[in-house]
Design a protein around this ligand. Structure first.
Ligand SMILES: [Zn+2]
Ligand SMILES: [Zn+2]
Length: 88
Protein backbone atom coordinates (compact mmCIF):
# COMPACT_ATOMS: atom_id res chain seq x y z
CA UNK A 1 0.00 0.00 0.00
CA UNK A 2 1.20 3.43 -0.88
CA UNK A 3 1.68 6.04 1.75
CA UNK A 4 0.20 9.10 0.25
CA UNK A 5 0.69 12.40 1.94
CA UNK A 6 -2.91 13.33 2.43
CA UNK A 7 -3.62 16.20 4.76
CA UNK A 8 -7.35 16.15 5.30
CA UNK A 9 -7.50 18.67 8.11
CA UNK A 10 -7.24 22.17 6.85
CA UNK A 11 -7.45 25.39 8.78
CA UNK A 12 -10.41 27.55 7.80
CA UNK A 13 -8.58 30.69 8.82
CA UNK A 14 -5.35 30.44 6.88
CA UNK A 15 -5.72 27.29 4.78
CA UNK A 16 -2.84 25.37 6.31
CA UNK A 17 -3.33 21.60 6.05
CA UNK A 18 -2.50 19.03 8.69
CA UNK A 19 -2.30 15.27 8.66
CA UNK A 20 -3.78 14.92 12.12
CA UNK A 21 -6.76 16.64 13.67
CA UNK A 22 -4.72 17.14 16.85
CA UNK A 23 -2.24 19.21 14.93
CA UNK A 24 -5.02 21.29 13.44
CA UNK A 25 -6.56 21.81 16.89
CA UNK A 26 -3.24 22.96 18.26
CA UNK A 27 -2.74 25.19 15.26
CA UNK A 28 -6.20 26.75 15.66
CA UNK A 29 -5.19 27.82 19.15
CA UNK A 30 -2.59 30.07 17.62
CA UNK A 31 -5.43 31.87 15.88
CA UNK A 32 -7.44 32.00 19.09
CA UNK A 33 -4.61 33.77 20.84
CA UNK A 34 -4.97 36.70 18.54
CA UNK A 35 -8.75 36.76 18.58
CA UNK A 36 -8.99 40.43 19.50
CA UNK A 37 -6.86 41.29 16.54
CA UNK A 38 -8.22 41.14 13.07
CA UNK A 39 -7.77 37.70 11.65
CA UNK A 40 -5.70 38.83 8.78
CA UNK A 41 -3.08 41.48 8.72
CA UNK A 42 -2.41 42.76 5.26
CA UNK A 43 0.96 44.31 4.69
CA UNK A 44 0.58 48.00 3.81
CA UNK A 45 3.59 47.80 1.49
CA UNK A 46 2.81 44.72 -0.60
CA UNK A 47 -0.07 42.26 -1.20
CA UNK A 48 1.06 39.83 1.42
CA UNK A 49 -1.47 39.01 4.13
CA UNK A 50 -0.18 37.71 7.43
CA UNK A 51 -2.28 35.67 9.81
CA UNK A 52 -0.85 37.25 12.92
CA UNK A 53 0.12 40.70 14.01
CA UNK A 54 3.57 39.61 15.14
CA UNK A 55 4.08 37.86 11.82
CA UNK A 56 3.27 41.10 10.04
CA UNK A 57 5.77 42.92 12.22
CA UNK A 58 8.35 40.29 11.38
CA UNK A 59 7.49 40.56 7.69
CA UNK A 60 7.81 44.34 7.76
CA UNK A 61 11.12 44.19 9.56
CA UNK A 62 12.47 41.48 7.31
CA UNK A 63 11.03 42.14 3.88
CA UNK A 64 10.66 45.89 4.08
CA UNK A 65 13.75 46.80 6.03
CA UNK A 66 15.29 50.14 5.00
CA UNK A 67 18.21 48.27 3.42
CA UNK A 68 15.91 46.08 1.35
CA UNK A 69 13.80 49.02 0.26
CA UNK A 70 16.89 50.97 -0.72
CA UNK A 71 18.18 47.99 -2.70
CA UNK A 72 14.83 47.65 -4.43
CA UNK A 73 14.75 51.34 -5.33
CA UNK A 74 18.27 51.10 -6.66
CA UNK A 75 17.26 48.11 -8.75
CA UNK A 76 14.28 50.01 -10.18
CA UNK A 77 16.51 53.01 -10.88
CA UNK A 78 19.04 50.79 -12.64
CA UNK A 79 16.28 49.21 -14.72
CA UNK A 80 15.03 52.69 -15.68
CA UNK A 81 18.51 53.82 -16.62
CA UNK A 82 19.05 50.67 -18.66
CA UNK A 83 15.77 51.26 -20.49
CA UNK A 84 16.68 54.87 -21.22
CA UNK A 85 20.03 53.74 -22.48
CA UNK A 86 18.41 51.38 -24.96
CA UNK A 87 16.04 54.13 -26.17
CA UNK A 88 18.90 56.64 -26.54
ZN1 LIG B 1 -4.46 28.62 10.37
ZN1 LIG C 1 5.05 43.37 2.61
Amino acid sequence: MMHKKIKPHSCVVCGHSFTQSEHLKRHLQTHEETKDDRRHHPCPLCDKVLSRKDKLKEHLAHTHSPEREAARRLELENARVATNFIIV
